[in-house]
Design a protein around this ligand. Sequence first.
Ligand SMILES: [Ca+2]
Ligand SMILES: [Ca+2]
Length: 349
Amino acid sequence: MNLFRRKHWLLTALGVSVLAVSVHADNFSPGSKVNVLRQYDLTDMSLLTTVNWTVSPGTSLGTPYAPIDGGHTLTQNAGSTDWAQNWGYIDITLPAAVSISSIYTAFHDHPPAQFRVLGSATGFTFNNTTDVLVDWTAGSGRLSKTYDLTSNTTVQYLRLEYSGTLVSQYFQLSEIMAFAANPTAIGLADGYNIMANKLSTPIVAKSGWQDAEPNNVFNTDSFGYLRPLNGDNTSYFIKDLGEVITLCAGSYSFFHGQGWDNTTIQVTTKDWETATDADWKTIFLADAVSGGHVFQFAPIDARYIRVTHNGAATGALTSLEFFAAPPVPEPVTLSLLTLGGLTMLRRRK
Ligand SMILES: [Ca+2]
Ligand SMILES: [Ca+2]
């Protein structure tokens, strides 16, 4: 029996239970910008990526994970007043090797004089010819840019290296991202931001914002943001996920030093136009929010996400991410799978 016919026979034998499992086996769509520098263990939302800094001279590195928190929140290296002497590098280790096609970097008002990005699948010893992903590039102002690699490259160890600083002795990095070359090989429940799969689904309702496009919080640009209108008011928007997904966590990141007042995030599986207050389930509620944080909640099905801000704050929200819960096999599904397997064994005798 060839592989295809055998697979077809198995699917028939397992019947409905296979269909139920396949719903949870969805992968990211082609073109999704899956940032592989930001993968979580979904049980406790601990980052699977590690970040280490080496600087000379310098102190005050701030939050070590700010460069990979998905948004504008930044970290800095306060070096020497002899700006040209400042150098350093940020090493990022992924839990496993993965093929990437592009690199994104965002520096704030204090960019490096020049920087480059190195990548390897074997360790932090780099070949200066073959392991250069982004070659030495001059920094200037608020530099937010995506660099397409000359070819897809498999990496597990990444280094952002900088030499010299501009404007002052401070070096400030908002974010570095690396995007998967093959997003269709990555599962939605593998611990990455699922909004990378939802950049094109619509905002179905919105009110009370300075900025026209609430989808700015879901893009992969930490300088693209959403601000409430001036004055004490209520602002909201509703994002359509286009399908029902079981969510278990989220995260937000604001423009550095900014925030919102009372903030609520709710989800529903009902039609947003007819959903009642009882249909909207709250997954996040806080009197004030700022910086960048991860939040967990009991797994819940979501088709629409409603974000509401009440108050006078006009801070810029740069990133809002959500994470899909891993599938939990239901007892009935397991029974059907077992029965199907037994039937198959019996027929093979
Ligand atoms: Ca950041
Ligand atoms: Ca953004």
